[in-house]
Structures are given as structure tokens and as C-alpha cells.
Design a protein around this ligand. Structure first.
Ligand SMILES: *Cc1c(COP(=O)(O)O)cnc(C)c1O
Length: 352
């Protein structure tokens, strides 16, 4: 058996349906940037579209072009926006860039304009038109802005429901919406991602933009799990008490031990920071890492699993441990774990 990443498309559809129910009257768009959070743009986008999703968000023009090839009719927004030739190309592909700055608005106008989104910054200070630039844009780019289908902003702390910045950003969004509305009468409004959807109806506006919740990650605690990762054992060896294992000799056997070697490493997104700190699961029972994670290999102490052989497989992500628990051990978040998964697995899609 090869290392196998199983992606449950039925679970993704169920998660979209659950978030769409939570978002009530507002529509539920999907963030499928970074290859649908590492899970495969084509299969994931097709599954979401089949469930009823019609608005999609990618980060880059290339991602938008790839998605257009999958979904000829969907509304596709490019979060990072476009300039120069990119604007012309996006327009030719029927993609709607999020215009994030006066320069991007001008580039869209020069390419001929058309349906697009306007992203405004509400005190996250990352991406989007800054408040000081809004009056001049409304005055000088009225024709371009009038064609926008969406006015959006992004919450910085939506995964912390009690954080005061959520209400402050919402208030800033509404102040700027009021200023933009006369110039952009047809645009829908959108503020929340998965976290914002969970904050409740006051944060939903016309459209929510869900990513991680679709893929089974926090902060959507009720998400159906989507990803299973199983890898074979490729070799087992006996080592004596006192023997060291792996690069840097960072793990030493304190008793006669059995070490299993797995074909999984940091090139596959199994972070090197997990060295000596986490477990894999054998028949639901944890077996600790022994030694450093290498590029392509991992060593595990299976001394307490006497029945295990080099014909067995182990669970890395699955029923015993989800993506957020493994991400926590690596000092990161489910988002980074998924997008780092790498390309060497045999990928199996369940459902459709
Ligand atoms: C990635 C992203 C989303 C989706 O966020 P999740 O937290 O994964 O739901 C929504 N909006 C913007 C602007 C994003 O960058």
C-alpha cells in the first residue's frame, strides 16, 4: 500500500450544507484557494457546486483560471486582485478580481472594467482599500465601482467570539458600506469567513465565504471530518537499550526497542517540528515518534505494539486524531497542516 490521503467529498458537501443552514438567508460561498486547502481544486469545487455553491474565492489569477476550467458558470473572485496583463486575462476568463487598492481599480478600468468585487480594509491592515482612499475612488472611479457585484472585508479575530475587534470591524464595515452604497447600489456585502459565519446572523450580510469549516477544521467544531491519512510501515528493526535513532541521534532507546520506519516526512507536510513530540496511531493506540522527522521518513517506537509487522499500516490523520490535534502538536493550525500536505500521496476521493 502507498501512503494514502483519503478525501471525503460527501463530508465536504455535508459541511457546506451545515454552514449554509447556519448562514440562513445569506448565501454561502466557498474559499478554494491553495488547491482547495491542499485537498484538490477540481474534485472539491465540483462537489461544492453539485451541493449548490455558486460563489468561489481563490487567491491568485492562476487559481482562478484553473477553477474556470472546472466550473464554466460559477462566480469566481480573485482575493489578491490583479494588475496589468492580469486584469485583461481575468476579464477574458470572466473572473471577478477583488480590487484592493487604487492601482488595482485603475488596472481593472484600463482593462475595460466589468463585474468585480471591492475589498475594503476594516482595521485588519492586511489587504483591501484603505479608508483614506475611499472618497477619491468613489469620486473618480464611479463607473468602475458601479459594476462591482460585491463589497467585502475580512475579520481578523472571528475565531475568538469575545474579541472586541469583531464588533469594531463590523462597525467600521457598516460605516464604509453606507459611504459606498450610493455608488455601488447592486453590490452584495460580505464580511465573514467560517469564523464570521459562526459569530451569528449579525455578521452574515449577503454572503459568507467559508473555507476551513468545509474541510473539517476549527473553528467549526461541528464539522464532519474530511481527511484520512494512512501510511504503511516499510521496515521494522530491533534496537538495543542505549542505541540512538535518526538524524542528530536525538532519541535514545531506554530499553530494548522496536522501531518502525514510515515513508512520510517533512516533504509530505509532516512538520519537522513534530520530531519526538507526537504519536501515530496503530489500531487506535498511540505509538510515539522516536527521533527526528526526515524529509521522506519517520521513525516510531512500536515496542508496545508487539503484534505489528512491516505489512501493517498506521493512521496519521483519521478517527483517532483529527487535523487540529496534529496541527496543535506541530505548533500550528489546521489550515497550515492541510495546505502543506504535499503531492506524493495516493489521493482517493470518497463520494462525489
Ligand atoms: C481564506 C479566506 C476566507 C476563508 O476563510 P476560512 O477561515 O478558511 O473560512 C474568506 N475570506 C478571505 C478574504 C480569505 O482570505
Amino acid at each position: 500500500m502507498n501512503p494514502t490521503l483519503t478525501i471525503d467529498l460527501t463530508a465536504i458537501r455535508r459541511n457546506w450544507r451545515a454552514l449554509d443552514t447556519l448562514s440562513g438567508a445569506s448565501q454561502t460561498g466557498a474559499a478554494v484557494k491553495a488547491n482547495a486547502y491542499g485537498l484538490g481544486l477540481g474534485p472539491v469545487a465540483r462537489a461544492l457546486h453539485a451541493e449548490g455553491c455558486r460563489t468561489f474565492f481563490v487567491a491568485t489569477l492562476d487559481e482562478g483560471i484553473a477553477l474556470r476550467g472546472v466550473l464554466p458558470d460559477a462566480t469566481i473572485h480573485i482575493l489578491n486582485g490583479v494588475v496589468g496583463d492580469g486584469a485583461a486575462e481575468a476579464r477574458a476568463q470572466g473572473l471577478q478580481p477583488c480590487l484592493n487598492s487604487p492601482r488595482q481599480v485603475a488596472a481593472w478600468r484600463d482593462a475595460g472594467g466589468g463585474p468585480c468585487a471591492l475589498q475594503i480594509d476594516t482595521d485588519m491592515a492586511r489587504l483591501g482599500v484603505q479608508p483614506a482612499d475611499l472618497p477619491r475612488l468613489v469620486e473618480q472611479e464611479a463607473q468602475t465601482l458601479a459594476q462591482a457585484t460585491l463589497i467585502m472585508s475580512h475579520l481578523a479575530t472571528a475565531d475568538e467570539p469575545d474579541h472586541p475587534l469583531n464588533e469594531a470591524q463590523k462597525a467600521a464595515f457598516e460605516r464604509r458600506l453606507a459611504r459606498l452604497r450610493p455608488a455601488m447600489p447592486d453590490a452584495r456585502a460580505s464580511l465573514g469567513a467560517t469564523g464570521g459565519t459562526l459569530l451569528g446572523p449579525r455578521f452574515h450580510y449577503d454572503l459568507v465565504r467559508c473555507g476551513i469549516g468545509l474541510y473539517g477544521g476549527m473553528p467549526f467544531a461541528d464539522a464532519a471530518p474530511v481527511v484520512t491519512l494512512r501510511v504503511p510501515i516499510i521496515q521494522i528493526r530491533e534496537v538495543a537499550a542505549g542505541a540512538a535513532v535518526g538524524y542528530g541521534a536525538s532519541w535514545t532507546a531506554t530499553r530494548p526497542s522496536r522501531i518502525a520506519t514510515l515513508p512520510l516526512g517533512y516533504a509530505d507536510g509532516f512538520h519537522r517540528a513534530l520530531s519526538n513530540t507526537t504519536h501515530v496511531y496503530i489500531d487506535g493506540k498511540p505509538a510515539p515518534l522516536a527521533g527526528r522527522v526526515s524529509m521522506d521518513l519517520l521513525t516510531v517506537d512500536v515496542t508496545d505494539h508487539p503484534g505489528v509487522t512491516d505489512a501493517d499500516t498506521v493512521e496519521i490523520i483519521g478517527p483517532s486524531r483529527g487535523i487540529d490535534a496534529l496541527a496543535h502538536d506541530a505548533g500550528t493550525i489546521g489550515y497550515e497542516l492541510l495546505t502543506a500536505l504535499g503531492t506524493r500521496y495516493e489521493r482517493r476521493y470518497k463520494g462525489a
